[in-house]
Ligand binder design. Structure first.
Ligand SMILES: Nc1ncnc2c1ncn2[C@@H]1O[C@H](COP(=O)(O)OP(=O)(O)OP(=O)(O)O)[C@@H](O)[C@H]1O
Ligand SMILES: [Mg+2]
Length: 257
């Protein structure tokens, strides 16, 4: 049986096994690859789609962050909460919050932003957990135990490739967590060649990936400063294209789940 089919079966088994929400973890060892950006904008697009709405007060979609110093936490300080189509939650590394949320039948999707983890144990035996000790490692293990699916962002810059492979081979595969690799920060001005290189690298390894990349737009980094999500950008051609990228991602993820 193909590994893709195995993954699909695994995902179905995990999703149907509980009544609670589906937990999607956004994970990549390398910092700056777009984990926080993807988490909030995916939650925004999913929260906006009518399919995801409930008639209950709690939003069906939650964006959660586990990093004590992460960008989701900094972003959350700036955001006008009442205008968001999703709830957000920052655990600051505290254990026990996410497992409880993951049992809430009113929630449909929880997207979890994770910190980059450079302090891993490179010498850990193959098959052993390389996340190491400490608060962040414990918080990571808790999320991974709950995760039904993972999104691994990668950029056209090769520096992010090996950490993506490490994340997949050493963290996700040993736990049987199905995943999707998503190319982020593709500058449309760079043309197709730069993109083809990273696509080829992903495909050579047989990793499932989103067909099209999430493009690099300055509007995204400015939005992070202002505490805005993609669904709130001022109307413009770029805003539409930016939203289109995250809608495509949300659709791809929903098709797999
Ligand atoms: N598609 C994009 N277009 C433009 N800027 C982007 C895009 N994706 C991410 N960025 C910017 O790149 C920087 C890093 O992104 P982000 O904080 O989401 O990465 P991260 O993986 O969460 O990093 P860390 O591991 O440090 O938490 C941020 O300034 C963000 O605004
Ligand atoms: Mg981050």
């Amino acid at each position: 049986m193909s590994s893709t089919l195995n993954s699909a079966i695994d995902v179905v088994a995990r999703v149907v096994s509980g009544d609670g929400p589906t937990v999607v973890v956004v994970i990549q060892q390398k910092g700056g690859s777009g984990k926080s950006t993807i988490t909030v904008n995916l939650a925004a697009v999913a929260g906006n789609s009518s399919v995801m709405h409930n008639d209950v007060e709690a939003a069906a979609v939650v964006a959660a962050g586990i990093d004590p110093q992460g960008s989701l936490e900094r972003w959350a300080d700036r955001v006008a909460e009442e205008h968001l189509p999703f709830d957000y939650l920052v655990t600051r590394g505290e254990l026990g919050i996410l497992p409880k949320l993951a049992k809430d039948p009113n929630r449909k999707r929880i997207y979890v932003d994770t910190p980059g983890f450079m302090e891993i144990d490179e010498d850990a035996e193959w098959g052993a957990d390389p996340l190491g000790d400490g608060k962040v490692a414990d918080a990571m293990r808790e999320v991974l135990d709950l995760a039904h699916f993972a999104i691994v962002p990668i950029t056209p810059e090769w520096l992010s490739w090996e950490p993506a492979e490490f994340t997949i081979e050493r963290i996700l595969k040993p736990r049987g967590i199905p995943f999707l690799v998503v190319i982020n920060l593709h500058d449309p001005r760079d043309g197709e060649a730069a993109l083809d290189k990273v696509k080829e690298w992903i495909d050579e390894r047989g990793y499932p990936r989103m067909a099209d990349p999430i493009r690099r737009y300055v509007i995204h980094s400015r939005a992070a400063e202002k505490g805005l999500v993609v669904t709130q950008y001022d109307p413009s051609g770029t805003a539409l294209r930016a939203k289109e990228d995250f809608s495509a991602l949300a659709l791809t993820v929903e098709q797999v789940l």
